[in-house]
Ligand binder design. Sequence first.
Ligand SMILES: [Zn+2]
Length: 342
Amino acid sequence: MPGRWTDRAAGLTLEAAAAPNETGAVAAAVHGAGASYVGRFAPSPTGPLHAGSLVAALASWLDARAHGGRWLVRIEDSDTPRCQPGTDRLILGQLAACGLLPDEPPWWQSSRGAAYQAALQQLLDAGLAYPCACTRQEIEAAWAARGVLRPRHAELVYPGTCRGGLHGRPARAWRFRTEGNLPSHADGVLTWHDRRLGVQRQDVAREVGDFVLKRADGLWAYQLAVVVDDAAQGITHVVRGEDLADNTARQILLQRALGVPTPHYLHTPLVRAADGQKLSKQNGARPLDLADPLVALRAAGAVLGLPGIGPVRSVADWLAAAVPAWSGIIRGFADGTQPRSP
Ligand SMILES: [Zn+2]
């Protein structure tokens, strides 16, 4: 019922029960014939939208409209302890104030556990996932025995201790088997194309290792949830912040393992805080001031390299003018005439 979503925030009817495809084989969710465009914005409700997250929201909306496609919103609340109650509704209200209205009712990842479990089982049945009994301390000890210490602020690549079985230890987490899943045409390096950044490469087995699908605390890992949901929602184009580009190779491996299509990817420029880091709640990003949504939209548009849009009467008028401007930018990415960073 897309009509429901034409109302402003105050009139929104949010139904957590709206998420369909609660169960069923992931592989059954394939793109419709003709591969019509379906995009999405997938915020985590760990805090309200700020200037940085609006950039990704706006870019994904503009890209969907520029392609004549549909635009969906998915609340990525699978990491429950980090989510703040009520923030999902706050974010949906902020999007609505900016004229960014999803074409279908949003999904909540917290209601999708059965689908993630089905996907994990599919991977286990195929020998592409396995249980792991290791604690963080045991992983560090395994590397220390080989003379490798954990760099500060970095995760160690999993040493593969449980690949051959648990040997009576209890399962804590479930991991994806990266070795043996790699493309045969290259020396273990997965190559993918970003519409803005160009060709990207990652040796997942060596640089990331067998990554977690279900965590020791019982929560679903981001990588599995996002791949299952993108497939189930028929997402054809992912447009998101550049900080997530590093996850893409892992997600493509999972897509191949689950037999679902790989979307097209475009990673947007980040808004930097004063310290040069990505703007985030942790380094002082304030919630969007939506007293005048046009101010926030113009700032987000500038980060995306949109040319200045003259005086407009409303948010809707600004968005209408921004769509052809975005079309020009993505044509420029495609033919190499648009700088990758404004
Ligand atoms: Zn292990």
